[in-house]
Design a protein around this ligand. Structure first.
Ligand SMILES: Nc1ncnc2c1ncn2[C@@H]1O[C@H](COP(=O)(O)OP(=O)(O)OP(=O)(O)O)[C@@H](O)[C@H]1O
Ligand SMILES: [Mg+2]
Length: 248
């Protein structure tokens, strides 16, 4: 499938920003891109909090997606908590089969589907399944967004270990500088040590910036690297070489 899963090393690490920026990069290259958030929590009564940021970054509006819109955010819950708890509090079970159907439908309708995770990879759904289990079942390659800060080494290496243990393809790691107060010595070393220990592709680093235009300018080379990694991974598995050549 023509799908990328954007996983975070934690909640609040920049998954939404990276998903939207990658969407914008692909749109700028003339691709038909859709984004997804399987489970949004802390959503008030309305769907699509993170989706709204994806759309804004891509320069799109909800109307551009027509009847695909409900598939983009299949579940949303009021309480800002792990999906298993937020769903239980509203007595609205999460059906993994519904999520899988939504991915398959969207990936047929668009050139590329970008899925933003909820929290980190080992977040539980209400049936005891973890988010990462669905990613594995759908065989989706994963881009890891790491919050670049003190603590990033442990969080990132654990996320990579969890993906590797399940045989999930890893496109690489994006380091996101979400705070401007961190010690630069730590930030520089994080990339080196995590690259060396994880043996994964370091896609690059996003600076701290509140201005979306500036962030996008810095993101463009990262976007190119992510797509080139996707081609490599797809080429290796041999299943969608033609699709990727034609559509990416
Ligand atoms: N590079 C950056 N520079 C400055 N602010 C950033 C940067 N990246 C993210 N942020 C800000 O940090 C906050 C968290 O980012 P974001 O919402 O993308 O995280 P997330 O991983 O999607 O969180 P969640 O788990 O809630 O989905 C947001 O307010 C966002 O605007
Ligand atoms: Mg988010």
């Amino acid at each position: 499938m023509n799908v990328i899963f954007i996983a975070g090393t934690d909640t609040g690490v920049g998954k939404t920003i990276v998903t939207g920026l990658l969407g914008r990069y692909l749109v700028s290259r003339g691709r038909r891109v859709v984004t997804q958030k399987w489970v949004q929590t802390g959503a008030g009564a309305a769907p699509g909090q993170d989706m709204a940021v994806h759309l804004k970054l891509m320069g799109k509006s909800a109307e551009d997606f027509g009847d695909s819109l409900p598939l983009m955010n299949p579940y949303f819950f009021r309480f800002a908590a792990s999906p298993h708890l937020a769903a239980r509090l509203e007595n609205k079970p999460i059906d993994a089969a519904k999520i899988k159907r939504s991915v398959k439908k969207l990936s047929r309708r668009f050139d590329l589907c970008l899925i933003e995770g909820t929290g980190g990879l080992l977040v539980p759904f209400d049936d005891g399944r973890l988010l990462i289990d669905i990613v594995k079942e759908l065989k989706i390659p994963v881009l890891v967004v790491a919050k670049n800060s003190l603590g990033a080494i442990n969080h990132t290496l654990l996320s990579i270990e969890a993906l590797k243990n399940r045989g999930i393809e890893i496109l690489g790691i994006v380091f996101n500088n979400i705070s401007k107060c961190e010690d630069k010595v730590i930030l520089r070393d994080n990339k080196k040590i995590i690259g060396r220990l994880s043996k994964q592709t370091i896609i690059g680093e996003l600076p701290w910036a509140k201005n979306f235009g500036l962030l996008y300018a810095k993101f463009k080379p990262l976007g190119a690297r992510i797509i080139s990694r996707l081609r490599e991974v797809r080429g290796k598995s041999g299943d969608t070489i033609t699709l990727v050549q034609n559509r990416l």
